[in-house]
Design a protein around this ligand. Structure first.
Ligand SMILES: [Zn+2]
Length: 456
């Protein structure tokens, strides 16, 4: 593979040590970035490289998403019979837990494929997924891994173990996580070694996990050397359940059961109190903020700045919303200001820090057990992953490293992404998807989703 020199663009490294480069260029050697600098200098130094013209647009790192559910794609436009759900437990029971029970392996494949096209279109290059299909568990993570490999993005997969569907389903969920993690480890799995596929141990949430199940999963995860991916205090009902049944708040219960730790992801944390924030920080557990989902489910505002101040690494996910992560960033930027009645909170640079640096830390934590040489993501620098996007955004006001976050929040969006590269390979060029057939995927998914809606 010859080197690729992407030039004639404004390079936005999003790396704390480097500034934005106008008339800049990025040299890609195999799967990594080999040089960054002035376009003219790099063209002179690397005359043999294949030159790609960014047409005066932006060259920046690919977007990252550290909590999502590929399985939710068929819910788009789906009607829920009867009155609208009044609260979060009703949303789970009447929407998500009815949908996931109907998923076959074929539905799981089509659902993941929808997310691949969506991710590549919007420049999202690495995703952490959390899967549920309680009546088609065996092999479900292989099906998703296959879809991810064909699409060419990076993804960390997990199956959400839960007690809600009885003992056979608990066993199958535990087995699927452990079998998949072992398979990535055992056979010198090429995609895993290259840092394209990883796994964490999936758990649904405290309120659907008995002490016996938690104990088994904790032992399994420890033996396999991976962290856990679990919903934490998404709704007040999770805290109320844990207090009533175990006399502990959710994060305390999870810490006591050895679920927290530096490779574990606590999604949401909307209702954690200061004591729990302290436990998350002390165990170096990551938290993931999903503002669109939290607003949609009306569960509340996560204490994001309080967690950050206490030293918790908080990233940004989408909880199954569209893979246009700029929409998630804009929502994070707006929601805290409204709820707290304070325009100073959640400034643009903090939002970008969560979306890039903090998400990169989470991704490094979950990928490194499988890929010891896992490259830096979320920043353009020498040695980092060649995971980047080109955008045809022409700033109408001066653009600098300092004000880039506010350009993104007020002027840019997913449709500005025209090209997406992961590990040195183009997945989209000039808005043409190169690894997935979007028309075929959507046609097949329309058939399968209609059939699933009829089964409900
Ligand atoms: Zn979720």
């Amino acid at each position: 593979m010859s080197d690729i020199l992407i030039g004639n663009g404004t390079v936005v490294p999003l790396d704390t040590e480097s500034q934005l480069i106008e008339h800049g260029a990025v040299l890609v050697h195999e799967s990594r970035i080999a040089a960054i600098g002035a376009d003219s200098a790099l063209r002179q130094h690397y005359p043999a490289a294949q030159y790609v013209d960014a047409d005066g647009g932006l060259i920046m790192p690919g977007f990252l998403c550290t909590h999502t559910h590929f399985y939710g794609a068929f819910a788009r436009g789906m009607a829920i019979p009867g009155d609208a759900p009044r609260n979060f437990p009703e949303i789970l029971e009447r929407l998500w837990w009815r949908l996931d029970k109907q998923l076959t392996l074929e539905d799981t494949r089509a659902s993941a494929e929808i997310f691949m096209a969506d991710a590549i279109r919007h420049g999202t290059t690495c995703v952490v997924d959390h899967h549920a299909s309680p009546h088609a568990i065996d092999g479900s993570l292989d099906v998703i891994a296959d879809v991810v490999e064909q699409a060419g993005i990076r993804a960390c997969l997990a199956y959400e173990v839960s007690d809600r569907d009885g003992s056979a389903v608990i066993e199958a969920g535990i087995h699927e996580n452990e079998r998949f993690i072992r398979s990535l480890r055992a056979q010198r799995h090429q995609q895993a070694e290259e840092g394209r596929i990883a796994a964490s141990y999936g758990l649904h949430a405290s309120f659907t996990l008995s002490p016996a199940t938690l104990e088994r999963c904790a032992a399994g995860g420890a033996e396999l050397g991976v962290g856990f991916h679990i919903h934490v205090a998404e709704d007040s009902s999770d805290e109320n359940d844990s207090l009533a049944r175990y006399g502990q708040r959710v994060a305390e219960r999870l810490e006591a059961n050895a679920i927290l730790g530096p490779r574990s992801i606590a999604a949401h944390c909307v209702h954690v109190n200061s004591g729990e924030i302290g436990r998350l920080a002390a165990t170096r557990t990551h938290s993931v903020h999903n503002p669109r989902s939290n607003m949609n489910n009306a569960v509340g505002r996560a204490p994001v700045e309080e967690m950050l101040l206490a030293g918790v690494n908080v990233g940004l996910g989408n909880d199954g919303f569209s893979m246009n992560m700029m929409q998630e960033m804009k929502t994070a930027y707006l929601m805290h200001k409204l709820v707290l009645g304070d325009p100073r909170v959640m400034p643009g640079d903090l939002v970008l820090q969560m979306a890039f640096q903090h998400n990169a830390r989470i991704i490094n934590g979950v990928f490194s057990p499988f890929s010891p040489d896992f490259p830096q993501v979320g920043a353009l620098k020498v040695g980092a992953a060649a995971d980047l996007v080109l955008l045809d955004y022409l700033p109408p006001t001066p653009l600098s490293s300092g004000n880039f976050p506010w350009h993104l929040i007020f002027g840019m969006d997913g449709q500005h992404v025209n090209s997406t590269m992961v590990a040195g390979r183009w997945l989209m060029r000039n808005r043409q998807l190169l690894t997935v057939d979007e028309a075929r995927i959507h046609a097949r998914a329309r058939e399968l989703s209609q059939a699933l809606w009829q089964r409900l």
